[in-house]
Design a binder for this molecule. Structure first.
Ligand code: AMP
Ligand code: ZN
Length: 453
């Protein structure tokens, strides 16, 4: 399998450390509001990664975190705390906010048919481990205390700029104007924040005799250490994580645990919606629910995602979603041929080609091109081939293309007779009755076929 590694900026042959347990970590959502389709996109892409690995025969150990503490609006160390903001908006506690949006996120996760990770971890369950990492970083001389919190001195970690190819000099020049707090370098970040006198912060824990809470980046270093062990094989996230969040995870893990964090880093691009950045005020911020309300299924959304590539910026719109839906209908009608006496095939050669496309940095669009031409071939897929397709893409085509009822079959036979008897009125009546059950009849040279409508 070849994957693009952000750390080396190259397409590389992926070699798991242990093929029996490929260790993958995904940065999960901050659970302070509903996840829109842009937020969900990354998990749909990574699902294809996991599925492809399983088709290659690898066992995948995957951990996903839920950020329920410490993530500030800016991704860095200023702005409001996202959880506190959500609590204020809804007039409930931060803990209620976390539970509500964890439930909503997991409901979307399941309705999209995404494979369950080995473990889903809440950041607030790792506070003690967080403080141990802070202790280790402090002991190694990487931290300094400020009124705002314990900060990581990035100038003490020489490789800091490497991962994101950051221009620290420019960062410094740009930040000089507003750079008047106690931070030593603009790129320094809080590993632990103090709750200041008079500050109303509901999520807080005692550490060193004071109340405080972890900086956002800390949880990922800690959870990976506890649940998977470094180095993991693959770390995934959105491209916006590269310059701050992942750069800081790397610094913390290497400085605090003395280990490399991840061998391969994969980042997915953003999606725009109807030509613009997703934004509530533009009215183009869609949730999975909105798609369902317009008659589409979560699987249609998966198909739309896989029509493109995770590294490309994509534009979501309903015409494209309709195209994805139509493509899935084609696949379902291809699958339906297996009930109609058409010769079935395992399509072994094509199966190899499809896997080869997926193994080439998740080229699902290439894989679809192979499937499209099979769907036009006039041959029927075997159950074995359908299982392969469903395992790869999570489309559940096999389950969603059952044989039609005996009653419908009877009606189709009756219609054939009616036509032979030139009773066209009766034939049309039967065709409409069948259509009312979402089955369309196609009259061809070699007889009548049915398909899902
Ligand atoms: P937010 O709730 O806006 O902080 O988003 C959480 C995460 O979702 C971000 O860190 C991104 O990785 C991802 N994300 C947000 N918007 C988009 C988008 N339009 N397309 C893809 N990913 C997005
Ligand atoms: Zn993370």
């Amino acid at each position: 399998m070849k994957l693009y590694n952000t750390a080396t900026r190259q397409l590389e042959e992926f070699v798991p450390q242990d093929p029996n347990a490929v260790k993958i970590y995904t940065c999960g959502p901050t659970v302070y509001s509903y996840a829109h389709i842009g937020n969900l996109a990354s998990y749909v892409y990574w699902d294809l990664l996991i599925r492809t690995m399983q088709l290659n025969g690898w066992k995948v150990d995957r951990v996903l975190n839920l950020t329920d503490v410490g993530h500030l609006v800016s991704d860095a160390d200023d702005g409001e705390d996202k959880m506190e903001k959500g609590a204020r908006r809804e007039g409930v506690t931060v803990w209620d906010i976390a539970q509500k949006y964890i439930d909503a996120y997991l409901a979307d996760f399941r309705s999209l048919g995404l494979l369950e990770p080995k473990k889903i971890c809440r950041a607030t369950d790792y506070i003690e481990q967080d403080t141990k990492l802070v202790d280790a970083l402090d002991k190694a001389g990487f931290l300094y205390d400020t009124t705002d919190g314990l900060y990581f001195d990035t100038s003490k970690f020489p490789k800091y700029a490497e991962f994101a190819k950051l221009d620290l000099e420019n960062l410094k020049a740009g930040a000089r104007v507003e750079f008047s707090d106690e931070k030593r370098n603009p790129s320094d970040f809080a590993v632990w924040k103090w709750v200041r006198a008079g500050e109303d912060h509901a999520m807080k824990w005692e550490y060193r005799g004071r109340m405080g809470y972890p900086g956002w980046h800390l949880e990922c270093s800690t959870i990976i250490h506890e649940e998977l062990g470094e180095p993991i094989d693959i770390h995934t996230g959105g491209i916006d994580h590269i310059p701050i969040h992942h750069t800081n995870e790397i610094a913390q893990t290497e400085a605090g645990y003395g280990k490399k964090l991840a061998n391969v880093w994969m980042h997915c691009n953003f999606i725009t919606s109807e030509g613009q950045k997703i934004s509530k005020s533009l009215g183009n911020c869609y949730y999975l629910r909105d798609l369902i309300d317009r008659g589409y299924s979560p699987v249609d959304f998966r198909a739309w995602m896989y029509q493109g590539h995770y590294q490309a910026e994509r534009d979501f719109n309903f015409e494209q979603l309709a195209a994805a839906h139509a493509r899935l209908m084609n696949y379902r009608n291809f699958a339906a041929l297996r009930w109609q006496g058409v010769e079935q095939s395992d399509f072994e050669e094509e199966q190899k080609q499809i896997l080869e496309f997926l193994n080439t940095n998740l080229n699902s669009a290439g894989a679809f091109a192979v499937l499209d031409s099979l769907a036009k071939s006039g041959k029927a897929p075997s159950e074995k081939f359908l299982k392969f397709i469903d395992d790869a893409f999570g489309f559940e085509i096999a389950a969603s293309t059952p044989d039609i009822s005996n009653d419908l079959k009877q009606k189709i036979a009756e219609r054939v007779t009616a036509k032979q008897e030139k009773n066209y009125a009766r034939a049309d009546e039967l065709r409409d009755e069948i259509l009312a059950q979402s089955i369309e009849l196609l009259d061809g040279a070699d007889g009548v076929r049915w398909q899902y409508k």
